[in-house]
Design a protein around this ligand. Structure first.
Ligand code: TYD
Ligand code: MG
Length: 488
């Protein structure tokens, strides 16, 4: 193999996409066995250079932008994320873990567009049409303009699109379609890449917008298809906890508009329902007045979402002994950050973190909170449970914590405060430095007492976890003067 004259890399790992000049049994990058297969080799076409010579460049300002006007899908939260809808000839990849609701979401999109009288097509490579029909019947009547095609053959999909010229095509899923001209099995990197290339060419030449489903593996990676993200125009992630109803749709890449927009859905018995106001879904079952519960307004994209953080302290097993603070078990919260926050709590405040002990910290509602802005809430929840003192039920907190115990500012202060106020919260602990910002203070909603804190210790005091005898939330030290300032 070393004697080859080719510039191309002849082997590629179907698990991680790493290329290799020679075949090896185990991929050196991801460690998987027997995943190396031949990479596609570039074909030399002698007439090609002459053929492309005559293509002129054009003045960009003369290029029509008509094709970029999106077609609304009618699924409001998806349209919001896509900046109005799907653009003609565009290719969108929707990825997420198996069972999260990708097929359900795109079926609803097809159904909604078909209801307007336009023909749409589902190419179902993964499920039989009987299965698709079974799902459809749970979601209501199927419009007559919804066409469906069963089978994995990408050529059959191309032919059907050519024949019916639908207004929208969904291919479900990338891991199941295959190009009959390739020897590799469906789902291999070579197949996925070849199919995406073919389907993308089809979308561009026909002007038909295409939505592709891709499954992610347990590592959060698209099985191979992370390697196809660059081939498509838009990449949407669909995520949530399968055991909870909440689903979050985020745009990761979008060639026709801004990314970071978020759509929120609730999975119900009759399909996904858009949730314009996730507040009741997120905080509906909250038990106020229990130690260890703190609410934080997090930002999902640009959208604020109120999330309850809970902490619990279990009896120690002795495993963390030796005077070391316990490593928290986490759910929906970054474990490394939570671990760091236990250390900050133990070293920078007067809270005696018991040793040995077991800490549990969770974000409620099936959401994953990865923002540093949730630090203050996590630390407060842990302090509250150690001290067995609840924080006020009408309090929200946010801020990043440094190792010195300092509270650092975070983006979107006014959006977070506005959401807290809208949901009926009446006090907020925020980074003191954020209040120095004139824009942030001007946007402080009336009726919301906002207090800036510089350190975690200060936040603990304001939240009442340090008070010797609590006389009720309304009379806690500090807050009466704060409210007067905030309402001025
Ligand atoms: P599905 O869309 O098939 O997931 P994916 O395509 O991402 O693998 O949906 C999977 C789950 O959603 C399934 O376990 C059942 C649930 N579900 C509902 O709760 N209500 C519904 O109306 C539908 C269609 C599915
Ligand atoms: Mg599916």
């Amino acid at each position: 193999m070393t004697t080859t004259q080719r510039a191309d890399v002849p082997y590629v790992c179907t698990a991680c996409g790493t290329t290799s000049l020679r075949w090896v049994g185990r991929c050196g990058t991801c460690g998987e066995w027997n995943t190396l297969g031949p990479a596609s080799v570039r074909v030399h076409r002698p007439g090609r250079a002459a053929a492309v010579e005559g293509v002129p460049a054009v003045a960009l300002r003369d290029v029509s932008t008509d094709g970029a006007r999106p077609l609304p899908t009618g699924v409001s939260e998806l349209d919001r994320v896509m900046g109005g809808g799907v653009v003609g000839g565009s290719v969108t990849l929707l990825f997420g873990p198996p069972g999260i609701g990708k097929s359900t979401l795109l079926f609803q999109v097809l159904s909604s567009v078909a209801t307007t009288g336009a023909d749409v097509m589902l190419a179902s490579a993964e499920e039989s049409l009987t299965q698709v029909s079974g799902r459809a019947s749970r979601m209501g009547p199927v419009p007559p303009h919804l066409l469906a095609l069963e089978g994995p053959d990408v050529e059959a999909i191309e032919a059907a699109v050519e024949r019916h010229r639908p207004a929208l095509v969904v291919v479900d899923s990338l891991q199941s379609v295959s190009d009959p001209g390739l020897a590799q099995p469906a789902g291999s990197l070579a197949q996925v890449r070849a199919c995406v290339e073919r389907l993308t060419r089809m979308a561009k030449s026909s002007g038909v917008p295409l939505l592709l489903v891709g499954h992610v593996t347990k590592d959060g990676d698209l099985a191979g298809p992370r390697a196809v993200e660059h081939l498509v125009d838009t990449v949407l992630s669909f995520d949530g906890d399968r055991h909870h109803a909440l689903r979050v749709l985020t745009s990761v890449k979008h060639r026709f508009g801004p990314t970071g927009e978020v759509g929120i859905f609730e999975m119900r018995d009759d399909g996904l329902r858009a949730v314009p106001d996730p507040g009741p879904l997120m905080l509906g079952d909250r038990m106020a007045g229990v130690p260890g519960s703190v609410v934080v307004p997090v930002l999902q994209g640009r959208r604020p979402l109120l999330v309850e953080v809970q902490a619990l302290l279990g009896p120690g097993t002795g495993t963390s002994g030796g005077g070391v603070a316990p490593r928290p078990h986490t759910l929906g919260i970054d474990a490394a950050r939570a671990n760091l926050l236990v250390a900050v709590l133990a070293c920078r405040t007067a809270v005696d973190v018991p040793v040995p002990a077991e800490f549990f910290v969770a974000a409620v509602g099936g959401i994953t909170v990865s923002e540093p802005a949730a630090d203050l809430a996590v630390a407060l929840a842990m302090a509250s449970v150690v001290r067995q003192r609840p924080v006020p039920a009408d309090l929200v907190v946010f801020g990043e914590l440094g190792l010195a115990g300092e509270v650092r500012t975070v983006p979107g202060v006014d959006r977070r405060l506005a959401e807290a106020h809208r949901a009926g919260f009446t006090r907020a602990l925020v980074p003191a430095s954020a209040l120095g910002d004139a824009a942030a203070t001007a946007a402080t909603p009336a009726g919301l007492a906002v207090h800036g804190v510089r350190t975690l210790a200060e936040a603990l005091e304001m939240a009442g976890t340090e008070a010797v005898a609590r006389t009720g939330p309304g009379t806690m030290p500090g807050w009466s003067t704060v409210r007067a300032v905030a309402n001025r």
